[in-house]
Design a protein around this ligand. Structure first.
Ligand code: GAR
Length: 210
């Protein structure tokens, strides 16, 4: 079974979707730890309730991004993960950190990437007059919200939508899509390919042996 560490900052509803899948035997991996950068994040309670090791590393206790990422890396690596999952982890990561986990760290971003990288994506999709909005699961590289996409889900934007109603519909879909991507990774079906120019793309060869 693949060992999975999940990083969160808040509610952890995506984490919960993964816990539910794990408990019904569909995730294909074991969530061995959940780490939050915010003390009191609701996701920590969800982990504890499911009997999963829940830890906090408060970024405010660190002088800079580099020292926080260094400590976070040490904390994660204690669990020897095969996969690191960013499930609503709201920190920008340093290139040293992303390089260390290249090919074994995935993120969910609430937009149809490459559209609307960064924050407030639901409101920005409405303001832009987009017909559709959604969420994307992608491998994490040094480029913020820029790594190779794995799977994407789209919903129609309705005239009466507010950022709250739209976020709710997108999140509903996230809860199906994200555990599925984790399952694919655990089955050995997702791999990053690095070419001579260090360009990273999704492996598209024969299915890999599980
Ligand atoms: C999710 O909707 C996820 O797409 C978003 O945060 C939410 C976390 O919700 N992620 C980002 O914005 C990353 N930049 P959750 O804590 O309930 O899973």
């Amino acid at each position: 079974q693949a060992r999975i560490v999940v990083l969160i900052s808040g509610s952890g509803s995506n984490l919960q979707a993964m816990i539910d899948c794990q408990q019904s035997g569909e995730l294909g991996g074991d969530i061995v730890a959940v780490i939050s950068n915010r003390p009191g994040a609701k996701g920590l309670e969800r982990a504890t309730k499911a009997g999963i090791e829940a830890q906090c590393l408060d970024h405010k206790a660190f002088a800079d991004r580099e020292s926080f990422d260094q400590a976070l890396q040490a904390q994660i690596d204690q669990f020897q993960p095969d996969l690191v999952v960013l499930a609503g982890f709201m920190r920008i990561l340093t290139p040293t950190f992303t390089e260390h986990y290249l090919g074994r760290m995935i993120n969910i971003h609430p937009s149809l990437l490459p559209k609307h990288q960064g924050l407030n994506t639901h409101q920005r999709a409405i303001d832009a007059g987009d017909a559709q909005h959604g969420a994307t699961v992608h491998f994490v590289t040094a480029e913020l919200d820029g790594g190779p996409g794995i799977v994407q889900v789209a919903v129609d934007i309705e005239a009466k939508d507010t950022s709250e109603t739209l976020a709710q519909r997108v999140q509903y879909q996230e809860h199906y899509m994200f555990p599925l991507a984790v399952q694919w990774f655990c089955q050995g079906r997702l791999r990053l390919h690095k070419d001579g120019n260090n360009h990273v793309s999704l492996f598209d060869g024969e299915p890999l042996p599980v």
